[in-house]
Design a protein around this ligand. Structure first.
Ligand code: ADP
Length: 307
């Protein structure tokens, strides 16, 4: 096998209470990538369609992540990468992570799987530095592992994968505006009150317990963010009304996807998710901002080979 084609799914990070630690993997939207073994050593990005992104290896998350992996093995050959973007960069649904995860997954497959998927998270994280300035795993972990993921800690990296309860569906509404990650980071405060911290870790524990026990009400009660969302909600026009519309339509919870501007909702059952997606769209039309909306079941596998 010298070439593979991959589906590299979009992801939702943070999930309200789990800022920088929780994420989930989507099924209905993702990029495609082709990874090819070549005689020449090193990594070359040869083609990008669907987005205006750099081909230079060191400027593209796929290239940086791929080189991190290649530095850990001894090979006499190299790899060529094609990226066919469907996830818009800066959307808040893991555009850069899909490329980083796809690159390391594809190379690992062509090398005969020297690394586990958990080990690949570490290499993919290195690529994320290009996109956001720091190594973080809250999108690359669900993209590689599928389901829900918890990044318990970074030193050493400790990622826990959690199966999704069958009936969970996600909705992600992507307003076509730019929220700079630097702006989304700038509004954060370096300290939090003990009261807010207690509320937050109560909710993180509740969400994890709800996922394990398939307790949809507990999942819904836990999908609150008392620390980051209050500071970021004003960066996204129409956020409050759209979140309210989602909850009114029966969503378990709703919040900001990643650093925004996408707004996500989790729902029990596909029919409810369709109702929620409709209500969110109706609400967002009032802003006059162009958007697209995705409804998806939770992807249990993460990145996968399609050819
Ligand atoms: P999202 O908000 O969808 O999670 P990110 O903010 O993680 O997206 O990443 C977007 C940034 O990463 C942009 O500045 C983009 O130029 C940069 N980038 C570099 N390589 C890629 C890539 N292969 N795919 C997407 N974005 C990339």
């Amino acid at each position: 096998m010298n070439e593979i084609k991959l589906f590299c799914p979009a992801t939702i990070a943070n999930l309200s209470c789990g800022f920088d630690v929780l994420g989930l993997c989507l099924e209905s939207i993702g990029d495609e990538m082709i990874v090819r073994k070549i005689a020449e050593k090193g990594i070359r990005i040869t083609k990008i369609t669907g987005a205006n992104l750099p081909l230079e290896t060191h400027k593209n998350v796929a290239g940086v992540a791929a080189e991190a992996l290649l530095n850990a093995v001894d090979t006499e050959f190299g790899f060529e990468i094609e990226i066919h973007k469907k996830i818009k960069a800066g959307s808040g649904i893991g555009s850069s992570s899909a490329s980083a995860a796809g690159a390391v997954f594809g190379i690992n497959e062509l090398l005969g799987r020297p690394f586990t998927k958990h080990q690949l998270v570490d290499f993919a994280m290195k690529g994320e530095v290009i996109a956001s300035g720091s190594e973080h795993a809250d999108n690359v972990a669900p993209c590689l592992l599928g389901g829900f993921t918890l990044v318990r800690g970074y030193h050493p990296l400790d990622v826990i994968r959690i199966d999704s309860p069958e009936e969970i569906f996600a909705v992600a509404l992507h307003p076509h505006i730019e929220v700079k990650t630097s702006d989304a980071r700038a509004v954060l405060t370096p300290t939090v009150s003990l009261k807010d911290a207690i509320t937050q870790w109560g909710n993180v524990g509740g969400l994890i317990a709800g996922l394990y026990t398939k307790d949809y009400d507990l999942i819904g009660r836990s999908l609150h963010d008392s620390i980051v969302e209050p500071l970021r909600r004003n960066l996204i026009p129409g956020f409050d009304a759209t979140k309210f519309a989602a909850i009114q339509a029966g969503a378990l919870g709703a919040g900001i996807s990643g650093a925004g501007p996408s707004i996500f909702a989790l729902c029990k059952g596909e029919a409810k998710a369709e109702k929620v997606a409709f209500a969110m769209s109706e609400s967002y039309l009032n802003t006059g901002i162009v958007f697209d909306i995705h409804l998806s079941k939770i992807n249990p596998d993460g990145v996968r080979i399609i050819e």
